[in-house]
Design a protein around this ligand. Structure first.
Ligand code: PRP
Length: 202
């Protein structure tokens, strides 16, 4: 039995579709249920940012999670496969007609991705005040909370519709299959078989 942590929403749906394709049966969470048992797998329905935690602590053998989440914190896990779903980028967002004010002594940056943002501006030797937000990041520059944002861009619609433009890309992201280190040793055959199946079913 393999326990698999999936991030609530679209990525979970797309991943389960790969299981359906590979195993020729229906894989679907029942309404509010957080656990789905099917065909020797136990799926856990968890928040995106919590997937690596379940895998790191061994409550899940494997998981599916965005590279942006993996890059934001350090986890002691094995990265197995780029599933090439959930493609997006972490990018700078600025008000239209604005450039990044490189000469500002302290740039205010609003983001959910604190560490990714910190590393990016450190490399550019720019002093920044990182303002941690949990959502609706696009609002921050519009009301003067921040000079710019660092956020996920998929289509770019959210930024555009809020009068922002997409600036430099910091990270290209997609969903990865990850494994707990002990599980990867103890259940290697099972895990590699699944990796192959998921790789081959796209
Ligand atoms: C992300 C991000 C943007 C939006 C970008 O939010 O924070 O708001 O998607 O997508 P777009 O470029 O296609 O408009 P998400 O839906 O992941 O919700 P969250 O902020 O709750 O994580």
């Amino acid at each position: 039995m393999l326990t698999i942590a999936l991030p609530k929403g679209r990525i979970a749906k797309l991943t389960l579709e790969r299981f359906e394709h590979a195993f020729k049966e229906k894989f679907e969470f029942q309404n509010r249920k957080l656990i789905l048992k099917k065909a020797n797998f136990k799926f856990l329905n968890v928040r995106n940012q919590d997937v690596p935690t379940y895998v790191d602590y061994g409550s899940a053998d494997i998981g599916v999670v965005g590279l942006d989440v993996l890059e934001e914190k350090s986890y002691d896990i094995v990265k197995l496969l780029d599933l090439r779903i959930g493609k997006c980028k972490v990018a700078i967002g600025l008000r239209q007609n604005q450039q990044l004010p490189y000469d500002k002594p302290l740039l205010k940056v609003a983001t959910k991705h604190e560490n990714i943002a910190k590393r990016y501006f450190e490399k550019k030797a720019m002093a920044v005040d990182i303002i941690k937000l949990y959502g609706s990041i696009e609002l921050a520059p519009l009301v003067g909370l921040a000079d710019c944002i660092v956020d996920i861009v998929e289509t770019g619609d959210t930024m555009r519709e809020n009068g922002l433009k997409v600036g430099d890309t910091i990270l290209e992201s997609s969903a990865y299959l990850i494994a707990n280190k002990n599980s990867y040793t103890n259940k290697k055959r099972e895990i590699l078989k699944l990796k192959e199946l998921l790789d081959g079913s796209r």
